[in-house]
Write a protein that binds this ligand. Structure first.
Ligand code: WQD
Length: 338
């Protein structure tokens, strides 16, 4: 069965390609290399021994997208990762985000809608919940006004899929709302390639551990949480990748209860920034220099998943711990900088 993975050379995309190949799927990667590199393809092949077809393409080119699906008429499903994902950048350049994250989604759905049957997995985010009123967060928690154009593209993206599925029953779709993806493949052949100064916590920690950064700035310790620092649900990228394959198989096996379903994908456990620092120090044996600074604009106090629906209906549960994630991220950092 041939599956297209857009953004398949990216962080979560590359780990998902590995899990798809491990399950015997034939994979075609589409990536424009704007936030990834061709070396990631070698890493995938080193892990699985199988070479996915790779097509360098910008999905904003509607004609190219149409030609691709005409040429690959045997494609049965798409896992759609390709998107811009830097929250701060989206505030500075909203039109880039609306064109790249939503325009490309529309072009892909237009092509899939022409097929007698197609399966679509969408990379969504817990960011759609904003600061949820209740924790842990269930899928029925209200979607709050987005704090950034990036977050809005995930909300509107879900609505585009929902509205399309209402009239196109040939299209079977699942949106996965990720919490915080972290870590790297245990083989140390693929991981997160943070290009530039990392915005996210874990890559900043591992670069500080390598001495590339003087110290970590902890954005606020005056939150109403266990130790005053903000709480997130850090999910190992391999657990997250496996969830995509399980969701796709659900659609292939026609086990889905409607042709548009939504699942939270997290560990169900919240960890504070200080707890993540402690975990890193434990697994690396390093002392991590940090300083407490002011809160970061747009941050929520706490977000962690109620994973009951994914556990029960998908039969998926996160297996790796925060320590596993930090240990793999640290090994990856040492290899990349080694
Ligand atoms: C985690 C915690 C920070 C950096 C974002 C996006 C989300 C998804 C994942 C794309 C927060 C604190 C961070 C630092 C810190 N992205 N922090 N010092 O903001 O929860 O989620 O990335 O899909 O959509 O919103 O992740 O890693 O940036 O921050 O103290 O140098 O670490 O304040 O509490 P976030 P993050």
């Amino acid at each position: 069965m041939k599956i297209v993975v857009t953004g398949g050379l990216g962080f979560i995309g590359s780990h998902t390609v590995v899990e798809l190949q491990n399950k015997g799927f034939e994979v075609v990667i589409i990536d424009n290399l704007s936030n990834s590199s061709i070396e990631v393809l070698d890493g995938i092949i080193k892990i699985t021994g199988k070479k996915p077809e790779f097509i360098e393409m910008d999905l904003r080119d509607k004609v190219e997208v149409g030609n691709f699906f005409k040429k690959h008429a045997d494609v049965s499903g798409v896992i759609h990762f390709a998107a811009s994902k830097a929250v701060g950048e989206s505030v500075e350049n909203p039109l880039l985000y609306y064109e790249n994250n939503l325009g490309t989604l529309v072009y892909i759905l237009q092509q899939l809608s022409k097929k007698a049957e197609s399966h679509f997995i969408f990379s969504s985010s817990c960011t759609v919940y904003g600061q949820a009123d209740e924790l842990p967060i269930t899928e029925s928690a209200p979607v709050k006004p987005a704090e950034s154009p990036y977050g809005n593209t995930k909300q509107v993206g879900e609505e585009i899929i929902r509205d399309t599925c209402k009239v196109k029953t040939e299209l079977q779709a699942i949106a996965l709302r990720y919490f915080n993806p972290v870590g790297a493949h245990p083989s140390v052949e693929i991981g997160e390639l943070p290009l530039g100064v990392p915005q996210n916590l874990i890559p900043y920690i591992t670069q500080t551990g390598m001495g590339m950064r003087d110290q970590l700035s902890v954005y606020g310790d005056d939150y109403p949480t266990q130790d005053g620092t903000a709480v997130r649900d850090y999910i190992h990228v391999v657990d997250l990748a496996k969830a995509h394959v399980i969701a796709l198989q659900r659609l292939i096996d026609k086990k889905n209860e409607s042709n548009y379903e939504v699942f939270n994908i997290g560990t169900g456990t919240g960890s504070s920034v200080l707890e993540v620092i402690k975990s890193f120090e434990k697994v690396s044996g390093k002392n991590l220099p940090y300083k407490i600074v002011g809160r970061r604009e747009g941050d929520v106090v706490a977000a962690y998943a109620d994973t009951t629906k994914a556990n029960k209906k998908l039969g998926w549960k996160a297996e790796k711990t925060l320590d596993d994630a930090l240990a793999s991220a640290w090994k990856w950092e040492q290899k990349v900088r080694g």
